[in-house]
Design a protein around this ligand. Structure first.
Ligand SMILES: [Zn+2]
Length: 291
């Protein structure tokens, strides 16, 4: 009896440890581990149904599978619609680069379809989002970088041919976001609208972080986190700080077609060393190595 239970315990330990996950120790996902669980059919949930869940994943996966292949990985998006877990994960098993998406996260009432797309982008960002990476040289881009990748690169690529004006017309866009996007993209309405849409996707997931109560204060576009880290933080930044990253990512003037730096922190992104003062990774998690 003892041997059996020990055996089971060992098996479950092994099975529950992904080879490599969203964070170095494999213990966390898009958000820190939590006890929230939102089953199919729960009350007070988002408008995302199974069809939309699959449609969003289809779209992002369709665009990014060939790009991930260029980096040597086979993108595999694991769709766990019926699983109520409020999270998402990235892991690598050899050349299979996995992203696991859970129905519980999609069903949380704060999550819009665009917010959900951002989460898919964040997880892909762990695979190809460049530096900074966990611990400096792990396979995975760190949390802040995966966030930055979502609005500087991934969502822009995904939405490039959509009627973004029509999408944002239906949203209640805070003035701070609208003004900043109009200033960042004065001559191109499509880029401005994608900036607004990216910011609103960021607001959706930042509201999720707040609801999961790692912050008592509601995240806002006009109350940036003013803290400055002494060294780059790899783990999940605070709620407002993550919102700031999405916002600045949406404002960065660099094209999504410029590859995000895989070995250096300057290529393809906005950086003070290349003269930008808007669209930078916020200092609440990022400490530039290059001045
Ligand atoms: Zn993550």
């Amino acid at each position: 009896m003892k041997n059996v239970s020990l055996g089971l315990l060992m098996a479950s330990v092994i099975l529950s440890q992904p080879v490599l996950a969203c964070t170095k120790d494999g213990s966390e996902g898009f958000v820190p581990k939590n006890d929230f669980f939102i089953p199919v059919g729960a009350k007070s949930i988002s408008t995302i149904d199974e069809t939309e869940f699959n449609a969003v994943i289809d779209q992002v996966e369709g665009i990014y599978a060939p790009i991930v292949a260029e980096y040597g990985g086979k993108l595999e998006v694991v769709r766990k619609w019926t699983d109520g877990t409020v999270n998402a994960y990235a892991e690598q098993e050899g050349n299979i680069w996995k992203v696991s998406m859970f129905g519980g996260l999609a069903r949380h009432k704060t999550i819009t379809a665009d917010g959900f797309a951002l989460v898919v982008c964040h997880e892909i960002g762990h695979h190809i989002g460049g530096v900074p990476r966990y611990g400096g040289n792990d396979w995975a881009s760190n949390e802040g970088q995966a966030d930055y990748f979502s609005t500087t690169k991934c969502l822009r690529r995904v939405w490039q041919n959509e009627d973004n004006a029509a999408v944002i017309r239906k949203l209640e866009v805070p003035e701070t976001l609208m003004t900043a996007c109009s200033k960042a993209w004065p001559n191109n309405a499509q880029d401005r609208d994608i900036c607004v849409r990216g910011g609103m996707a960021g607001e959706s997931v930042a509201k999720l972080f707040a609801a999961l109560s790692w912050s008592s204060k509601a995240p806002k576009f006009d109350t940036p986190d003013t803290r400055q880290v002494g060294s780059t933080q790899d783990s999940h930044p605070a709620t407002q700080c993550r919102m700031d990253t999405y916002f600045q990512g949406a404002l960065c003037e660099k094209s999504f077609n410029e590859e995000i730096g895989q070995k250096d922190e300057v290529s393809g992104v906005c950086h003070s060393s290349t003269g930008q003062s808007v669209g930078l990774r916020p200092r609440c998690w990022f400490k530039p190595k290059v001045q």
